[in-house]
Design a protein around this ligand. Structure first.
Ligand code: TRP
Length: 361
């Protein structure tokens, strides 16, 4: 069986460190591993509209921002097909057929959807399109016959829903769709990166993000203002490492060799953590180290972004070509689906002949 990756992002803002450690960084590694036959990266603008219906301009502006973030992180259009969801109508046809396989109560039980409904005050009146977006996400995934979906932890319920749809479809209409597996980041700190304010999630709506495209100065300022252990008041006080965002970021980003370069008094993060726990290590010093670590990771990305920003027509060309290619694949899956459901009437010679016989009697 072919190994196929599909994943994507909603274009509601520039991508941030949470996206990066949660999925983007791993996508680049998977892309460059050469182990996958096909890789599809979706800019999920139609999904973004399910809770931004009043603000299409935001989505419209952010498609190119997300594309720039992708390219500057190292997604290579020769290896990864970057495409725009709304320009592939076959996805909506698949969604419509899958809708018959899912109950409203099943959608209402989806923990990610539940949390989002609360966050957006949708309780009293949930838009149908929003409630149904896990079904449309199942269409995204199955349209490309994806075997592997690298995503952050919050997307697990969508994958569960997708697998249910696949099993149900295949059991009714015969083996047609592929059941995908989730690929989570292997580093625990990367599963859900907290915001710089210490809140559970880095999120645009909470205003607690470090963006991949932030300038060096913006990153430095944000790092220096980060929430740490509120009980670590004096340098000499013992500090807590668990749940301390500065250390969670270090868990997600720093490598041993960076201590040699920036902070040779420690061999590795464990030694630094031990000192912090004992007391005697100040937040400013930890933050300065974190800043150095982050700048090292982000500077090449910023540099590449500036290059791509100079050639926006090329970026649009990548998106157009990627979307064309993706559309062909989705169309071929839709044809499989319609054949399996026996709703391909005009190419169903057997059906037509049967009717000729039936009505000639
Ligand atoms: N739901 C994802 C997000 O919020 C975006 C997305 C849309 C996606 N379709 C997908 C992710 C298919 C993985 C596979 O970021």
């Amino acid at each position: 069986m072919k190994k196929v990756i599909l994943t994507g992002d909603r274009p509601t803002g520039r991508l941030h460190l949470g996206h990066y450690v949660g999925s983007l960084r791993q996508r680049i590694e998977l892309q460059n591993s050469g182990e996958y036959d096909e890789i599809y990266i979706m800019i999920a603008d139609a999904q973004a509209l399910t809770d931004n219906m009043e603000n299409p301009e935001k989505v419209r502006q952010n498609i190119v921002e997300v594309a720039l973030d992708y390219l500057s992180c190292g997604l290579d259009p020769e290896k990864s097909t970057i495409h725009i969801q709304s320009q592939i109508p076959e996805l909506f046809e698949l969604t419509a057929y899958y809708m018959n396989l899912v109950t409203v109560s099943r959608l209402q039980r989806n923990p990610t959807v539940k949390a989002e409904i609360q966050l957006r005050n949708f309780e009293a009146s949930i838009p149908v399109g929003f409630l149904a977006y896990p079904i449309s996400q199942a269409a995204d995934i199955t349209a490309f016959k994806a075997t592997t979906v690298p995503v952050g932890e919050d997307q697990q319920p969508m994958l569960e829903q997708t697998r249910e749809i696949v099993r149900k479809f295949n059991s009714i209409y015969g083996e047609t769709l592929i059941e995908p597996e989730t690929l989570l980041p292997d580093n625990k700190a990367c599963l859900r990166l907290p915001g710089i304010d210490g809140k559970a999630k880095m999120s645009k709506s909470l205003g607690n993000c470090i963006y991949l495209s932030d300038s060096e100065e913006e990153v430095r300022k944000k790092v220096m203002s980060m929430f740490t252990d509120p009980n670590h008041l004096r340098v000499s006080d013992p500090g807590q490492v668990e749940g301390n965002p500065v250390f969670i970021y270090l868990d997600a980003f720093c490598r041993d060799e960076q201590f040699e370069r920036y902070l040779p008094e420690y061999k590795n993060l464990d030694e630094m953590k031990a000192h912090y726990r004992r007391g005697g290590l100040g937040d400013v010093k930890v933050k300065k180290f974190l800043n150095a670590v982050l700048q090292e990771e982000l500077e090449p990305i910023r540099k590449k972004r500036r290059e791509f920003e100079k050639d926006i027509p090329y970026v649009y060309e990548i998106l157009r070509k990627g979307t064309e290619k993706a559309r062909e694949v989705a169309a071929s899956t839709l044809a499989d689906v319609k054949r399996a459901m026996k709703i391909n009437y005009f190419e169903d010679a057997e059906l037509i002949n049967e009717h000729i016989r039936k009505f000639s009697k």
